[in-house]
Design a protein around this ligand. Sequence first.
Ligand SMILES: [Mg+2]
Length: 248
Amino acid sequence: MRQHNKAIILRRPDAVLFDTDNTLYDYSYANKTGEQAVRKKARNLLGIEEEKFWKLYLQAREEIKLQLGATASSHSRLLYYQRVIELLGLRAHLLIALDLEQTFWRTFLANAPLFSDVKSTLNLLRSYKVPIAIVTDLTAHIQLRKLTYFGLEDIFDAVVTSEEVGIDKPDIRNFQLVMKKLKVCTTKNIWMIGDNPYTDIYGAKEFGAVTFQKLHKGVTLGKEKELPDYSFRNFSEVYKLILNVFKE
Ligand SMILES: [Mg+2]
């Protein structure tokens, strides 16, 4: 555990907030595996070369993101695949779009094991009666499915997806809604644990939380306004820190 903000004196948290993707598990590996499966499936179903599909997919994703801005649906695989089908001039081949989406998430979930010590850290916080919650971007359907798949369906006191809020993090309304759900009034002694320097760290700092950035391959430490108060590589470091904070 590295402390970047020397001014912070840690106290027992009133609540701990967690991002999901790339914080509780390695997103890039799961994502890459899911995308490979989709390209293969598209080749089988549509006879389209994987490279061509990938090019159209990138175009489709860009169009959808431009169309929707920082909203939950801007990350929707279903919308991306629907657009690919349209770009291919295949009119509305809805079953194929649905099939590709199912293929993606089925493969993704099968390749997204939780980082070690995530569960024990969550259970430790629960044993100290610290409210714990998820604040995550993307649509409720897939995020709730992910948490269920991880076996975390009844461990959190609250879950907020950006679909409910209408806009992604770092918009402060995501953090405000989770506090409302937790019925916690203060923002002074809240911890936020996430991987993304902008959405999680900058967002939670603006909100007034103590920030912890989860680092691993492909994640770089935030700078300046995005510099976290702490950074760590393994959840065992968070576990030990919690033990220490509660010992005092
Ligand atoms: Mg994340």
